[in-house]
Design a protein around this ligand. Sequence first.
Ligand code: SAH
Ligand code: SF4
Ligand code: F3S
Length: 504
Amino acid sequence: MHNEASHHNKIDLDRIDIYAEPPKEEPARQYYFMAKCREWVREFERKNGRRPFAFTQTFGCQMNARDSEKLAGILENVGYALSETEGQADFVIYNTCTVRDNANQKVYGRLGELNGHKRRNPHMIIALCGCMMQEPAVIEKLQKSYSFVDLIFGTHNLFKFPELLYTVYEMKGMYTMEKRHSMEKRHSMVVDIWKDTDMIVEDLPIVRKYPFKSGINIMFGCNNFCSYCIVPYVRGQERSREPEDIIREIKQLVANGVVEVMLLGQNVNSYGKNLRQPMTFASLLKEVEKIEGLKRIRFMTSHPKDLSDELIDVMKHSTKICRHLHLPLQSGSTRILTRMNRRYTKEQYIDLALRIRREIPDIAITTDIIVGFPGETPEDLEETLDVVRTVKYDNAFTFIYSKRTGTPAASMEDQVPEEQVRQGFDRLLKLVQETAREQIAKYQNCVMEALIEEVNQNDAAMVTGRLSNNTIVHIPGDASMIGRLVQVSLDQCMGFYYLGHLVS
Ligand code: SAH
Ligand code: SF4
Ligand code: F3S
C-alpha cells in the first residue's frame, strides 16, 4: 500500500483536533474528524491489544477503484490495518456500482453473507457507499431488509467519510452504554446521501493499490444522458478539476514512484468545458506529457461524439500517451444510436475509427457494445457486427442491456425478447473474439516495451506485464521487476495474451 502525502501544511491538519469546534471548511473539517476517529481507534487498541482491521471491496469501474483508494487512505489515517479477509474485519465497506442490475444483485448477495459474519462478530461495522446508494429505492430496501448495515453514504459526499465514521462510533458508544436491544438497532443506521454537488474536495489521504501506477480523476459526473445509462443520475453533473490541481497531483505521484497514470472521466473529451478558464482535453494531455519522470499516460473514457482532431494529433506525436484508445460504440445501427442519444451515426463512428487507425497505425482500439437495447432488431445487430468487422477491435466488452429505473430507455415499450438477445449476444461475442485474436496476433515475435505489474498468480516464476497497447504478456521473472519498464520479446500468442521473454 502506498501513501500519497497531502501538499497541505501537514502539521496543522494533523493537530486539528485541538480546536473546540469542527472547522467549517474542507478538507480541514475532515482532518478534524480523522483525528477524532484516531482517538476511538486508540481506545480499541488499548482494549483489544491490536489494531482494528478494515476490509474494502470495490465493484464497478476505474472511477470506483480510485474512490476506494480514498476510502483506504482515510481508514489507514485513522489507524486501521487494511485486511484482505472480510470475515474477521472490524470494519467492512462495499463501494458499489449500479450500471447493470447484476452489479446490484452481487451486493445484496454479499450482504447476506456478511450478516452471518456480523452475527458472530457483533461489533463489526458495515458501511456501503458508491453509485448504488444514490438510488432512493435501494436505500428503502436496505433500511427495510438489511438493518444490520451501520453506515450508508453516496458518491457526492465521499470526502465526508471521516465525519460519518465518527458519527457511527458515537452511536455505537451509546449502544454499549445503554444496552439497547436489537429491535431498536435499525434506527442506528447512519444514512447521508446528497442529490448532487458542485464541490470538489482536494487533498484527502489516499492509499494506492499499486506503487507504480495510478488513476487520477480529471473530472466527475456526466452530462451525456445516454438513454440506457444511470451514471448521470448517480454521479451527477459534469465537473472538471482545475488543471493545476491535476498536474500537482501527478507530480506528487511521480515523486512517489509512479510511472504510469490513467486520467479518469466518464467522457474525458469534454474535459475543461466548465472551468473558469476553459481548456481542452488535448491541451491538458500536452501539459501532463511535460511532467518529467512520468513514462506512460492512459485515459478513460472517450465519447466518440467529442473526439477532436486535436486529440488525434496530440496522441500521434506523443511519446508517453499509450497506444490504446477505448472508444465505446454501444451499437452499430444509426437508428438505435439515435434512440440511445449517442449523437453520432454508424458512418461517423467508422470514419473516426478508421481515421485514428490511419493516423496512428500501431494503436489498439477497444470498445463497449450493448445487445438488446429496446427496439433492437436482428437487422440492427447486423449493423453492429458490420462495424466490428470494419474497425477490427483489439478487444470489446459486450453487455446485455439492463433496464435501469429512471432512465428514458426503461420506459421504452419494445423491450427485446430474451431469446433474441441471447442469440445476438453469442454471435457478437464470437465475432469480437475473432477480431481481437487477429489483432493481437499481429505482434508475434515483435520486441516491445512492457510495464511489469505483478507476479503471475498461477506461476510464481513468471511476471505479468502490460504493453502500451494494453495487451498482457507473461515472461519469466520475479517480484524485483515489478514497476519496471522493460523490453520483451512476444514469442507466443496465446489468443488474448502473449508468452514472452525479457530482452536485455
Ligand atoms: N462513460 C463511459 C462508461 C460508462 S459505463 C462511456 O460512456 O463509455 C460502461 C459501459 O457499461 C458503457 O459503455 C455501456 O456499454 C455499459 N452500460 C451502461 N449502461 C448499461 C445498461 N443499462 N445496460 C447494459 N450495459 C450498460
Ligand atoms: Fe453513461 Fe453515456 Fe455518460 Fe457514458 S457518456 S457515463 S454511457 S451517460
Ligand atoms: Fe458503476 Fe458507478 Fe462506475 S454505476 S460503472 S461504479 S460510475
